[in-house]
Design a protein around this ligand. Sequence first.
Ligand SMILES: N[C@@H](CCC(=O)N[C@@H](CS)C(=O)NCC(=O)O)C(=O)O
Length: 195
Amino acid sequence: MKLYSSPATPFGRKAAIVAHEHGIALDVVNVNPFESDELERLNPIRVIPVLVLDDGTVLYDSHVICAHLDGAGGGPTLYPEAGRLDWQRRATLGTALTETSVLWLFQKRIPAEEQSEKLKRHYIARFKRIAAALEAEVDAFAAAPFRINHIAVIWGLGHIEFRHDDTWRASCPKLAAWYESMQSRPSVAATVPTD
Ligand SMILES: N[C@@H](CCC(=O)N[C@@H](CS)C(=O)NCC(=O)O)C(=O)O
């Protein structure tokens, strides 16, 4: 299977973590989503990740790719029936961390005269609310078996630290301790984002 991704993308990282958890070796093709014609031919949305199966079937977006890899892999499912409503809600919070981080990053990358301080404040406030909600229930999800919601929170916080800062740690000490403890997990350590 071929994964179109990049070393910096949080959504591609999610797919790479799921593949690693299941012992699936992917043939990774790094592309720039803003420039790649090949990516556009595969995915009209022209965003990464894209997974091309051995029979040529093309999958996107990351949610679809991760669910497929989970079904194809040999490890325990990351999408169990037990506790579904809880882990789905927490996975939504983790995904929202990433989406917020990317929107915030785009605001910082456009020319200074086009940037909106109001939008930046809006994204930072949303990030802080999500982090506070996770801090309030970290004891519960830290005790649960490793699932897609843990991956979602790790890749969300990872992108915040990669592109913004780690000041959230001071106001969310329990979440920070759990996040730190996850860094040595092989699938997490093997997928640290880089430029
Ligand atoms: N909902 C999509 C989001 C994918 C996404 O936004 N990928 C970014 C990279 S982190 C991208 O390719 N951006 C290119 C662009 O916005 O043109 C998913 O979960 O796969």
